[in-house]
Design a protein around this ligand. Structure first.
Ligand code: PXP
Length: 258
């Protein structure tokens, strides 16, 4: 009997396009144009992170993305009152709550859902009540996942950054242990009724491996795609990624999946 494997969506993060624009000031390159091109090349959704210091994506970028995109917009943000109010006003398809520190170069570590207490639970509830699908970006940790389900998140996005770093450094044993944590977390989250996403640090090789985890339904990828676009064009980079994801997905049920 043929097994039906659920599809795996690709969300493209366009923050780096705004970083490049802001390096010069002015309006080029335009992250909204990049988002439209990404969609034409096969992205299923677009992610943009409106940071508290507005270092890349601006409020106006978020508004334009919401206005022009025909695919779901994922508003990545810190769990602050300011961001919750902005998100409710913008009404994107989804919000992904992440930890945010001003001194970091990119999102480091997952959200502390346990430590977020009732305050975080209320923010998740407010966003959900506004019809926004709420995702929590977390490390593959059992207690954090259980708490994410308890407070009513619809989605957890598993932080793949540590695993990707171990892979890149050739630290095979640590990479294997971290991948096992990701695989367990994906199973645990899905069993609790959460939709499972994954992201951070993924390239074609690591995305292909993660794609073979059946509970994972969406990958969110920025740095590799925007960097590779310099060499292959954004369309080319996204095509490569879709190919790697499709190959990983096709391994499910054949006994060759990780
Ligand atoms: N998912 C989340 C929640 C992130 O914070 C980021 C980085 O902005 C990504 C995915 C994408 O990570 P990368 O740019 O390393 O592909």
């Amino acid at each position: 009997m043929t097994r039906i494997v659920p599809p795996l969506r690709l969300g493209v993060n366009v923050d780096h396009v705004a970083t490049l624009r802001n390096a010069r000031g002015g309006v080029l390159p335009d992250p909204v144009r990049a988002a439209q091109l990404a969609c034409a090349a096969g992205a299923d959704g677009i992610t943009a992170h409106l940071r508290e210091d507005r270092r890349h994506i601006s409020d106006a970028d978020m508004r334009r993305l919401k206005d022009v995109l025909l695919v779901p917009l994922n508003f990545e943000m810190a769990a602050t009152d300011e961001m919750v109010a902005l998100a409710i006003d913008l009404a994107p398809h989804a919000c992904c709550l992440v930890p945010e520190r001003r001194e970091e170069r990119t999102t480091e570590g997952g959200l502390d859902v346990l430590g977020g207490g009732i305050d975080l639970a209320r923010k998740v509830e407010r966003l959900g009540a506004a019809g926004i699908r709420v995702s929590l970006f977390i490390a593959p940790d059992e207690d954090q996942i259980a708490r994410a389900a308890d407070i009513g998140a619809a989605v957890v996005e598993l932080h793949t950054g540590a695993w990707c770093e171990f892979v890149a450094a050739g630290e095979t044993a640590r990479a294997g242990a971290e991948f096992a944590r990701l695989a367990n977390a994906a199973r645990q989250g899905a069993a609790l009724g959460l939709e499972i996403h994954a992201g951070h640090g993924l390239d074609c090789a690591t995305a292909g491996i993660i794609a073979a985890l059946e509970p994972v339904r969406e990958l969110n990828i920025g740095h590799f795609l925007i960097g590779e676009a310099i060499f292959a064009g954004l369309e080319g980079a996204i095509r490569q990624m879709r190919h790697a994801m499709a190959q990983g997905r096709a391994a499910i049920g054949t006994g060759t999946a990780a």
